[in-house]
Design a protein. Structure first.
Length: 316
């Protein structure tokens, strides 16, 4: 296949791939190896290990999880990045009382310019606090590329990863970081939080509106404007997404899951599930269940561009 370029010339697709690879090498972009977004069950952990590459992780919520590296121990009590370098012996003990979410990326550097990313030098910082949306979104976007467009991961994803590492390095050097603005009105953010915490109970638009201080009409208009759906549709969608997680990472029957996500009629739940997922709840469990993921906790992905608890691969 030939692709037009500036000046009327054409290049073969293979030549374009080689050019992209050469550019990535010239810029010394990191090569992504493995990445994902996992939610671990309370009380689980990662036994002591040593890795041959670099790993950057982000914990979006503060927990009582503990990261140990060498003789140092860190309680991850606030949102933070964790950096692990090749050869560093480390382990994790996740919070004993609630699930722990973390996003991670393993990567190579073909050559290491220490003046460019000094945080990656030996004895560099292990834990870097960060509470914001910009860098969190960068990590989610790299995972989204791996899931939605894996053949572009090494060029698009590597550029984003280099930007991410540069920003984390700035944080490590105590430079001020800009916090991104939340595009949603605070009442909508609160409404979404209430929905997430009320999936197993009866929740009406009237009750939701009262709790956020709006009228039902204004709440419905705002949902349509900012989220593209009504509050009722949002509640139903969240319930089905939660049911998907319970099917994969829980042991309950379909009937028990239906009740847990707020349905009082199993048959109605099954009809709604099939209408949204184009597959029955039972078939969904059979198709996607993996016994190797027994230590992962159910989570509601909401409007994420990629599924949680799924590992993606870059270069071998």
């Amino acid at each position: 296949m030939r692709i037009p370029v500036a000046g009327g010339a054409n290049i073969e697709l293979g030549e374009q791939t080689q050019a992209t690879s050469a550019l990535r090498s010239a810029l010394n972009l990191p090569a992504i190896r493995v990445l994902g977004d996992f939610i671990k069950k309370p009380g689980t952990g990662l036994v002591e290990r040593e890795i041959p590459d670099y790993e950057v992780l982000y914990f979006p919520e503060g927990t009582d999880s503990v990261y140990r590296v060498g003789q140092r121990e860190y309680v991850l009590s606030q949102p933070c990045f964790v950096l692990t370098r090749p050869g560093e012996i480390h382990s994790y003990t996740y919070d004993a009382h609630k699930p722990t979410r973390h996003l991670f990326i393993h990567f190579w550097l073909k050559s290491f310019p220490g003046d460019m990313l000094p945080m990656l030098l030996p004895n560099g910082p292990a834990v870097i606090p960060y509470q914001g949306e910009l860098l969190y979104s960068l990590m989610k976007q790299i995972n989204a590329i791996a899931y939605l467009n894996p053949d572009r991961l090494q060029d698009r994803g590597s550029l984003l990863l280099l930007s991410l590492l540069s920003e984390i390095d700035s944080l490590a050097a105590n430079e001020p970081s800009k916090q991104s603005l939340n595009r949603l009105p605070p009442q909508l953010t609160k409404a979404l939080d209430i929905i997430e915490l009320s999936l197993s109970s009866s929740l009406t638009v009237e009750i939701l509106a009262k709790r956020v201080g709006w009228t039902p009409e204004h709440l419905s208009r705002s949902f349509a404007r900012f989220l593209g759906m009504t509050p009722k549709e949002t509640i139903m969608r969240r319930r089905i997404e939660r049911a998907c997680q319970l099917l994969l990472y829980g042991q309950q029957s379909v009937k028990e899951i239906a009740f847990e996500v707020g349905f009082t009629d199993e048959n109605y739940f099954c009809r709604v599930f099939k209408a949204m997922k184009a597959i029955t709840a039972t078939d969904y469990r059979v198709k996607y269940y993996n016994p190797r993921h027994g230590d992962l906790a159910p989570v509601n992905d909401g409007e994420a561009l990629y599924p949680s608890n799924r590992i993606f691969f870059g270069e071998p």
